[in-house]
Design a protein. Structure first.
Length: 91
């Protein structure tokens, strides 16, 4: 398992919103553009880019999903105390 990953994410409030975002991405919309439009996280302004982070830096559910993704892969909606995330692993 890698020690660090580079990810982007989109944060929304509800599972329905997350499912809709995932469907948009699956249809080919650009991750960064969707993040700028709908993400509740300040990182949305940067296309959802969270940069590179190591284990122990993110909440447990988010970290588990991020580290399980393959490079270029996008997650299903991941629930945390902040809402629902769609995570894309860059590196």
């Amino acid at each position: 398992m890698p020690d660090k990953v580079h990810c982007c994410h989109i944060l929304v409030k509800t599972q329905t919103e997350a499912t809709n975002v995932k469907a948009r991405l699956d249809k080919g919309e650009k991750f960064g553009a969707v993040a700028q439009q709908v993400s509740l996280c300040p990182s949305g302004k940067k296309g959802g880019d969270l940069g590179t982070f190591t284990r122990g830096k993110m909440v447990k559910e988010f970290e588990k999903a991020a580290f399980e993704l393959e490079k270029g892969q996008t997650s299903v909606p991941v629930k945390t105390q902040f809402g629902y995330h769609i995570i894309k692993r860059i590196e």
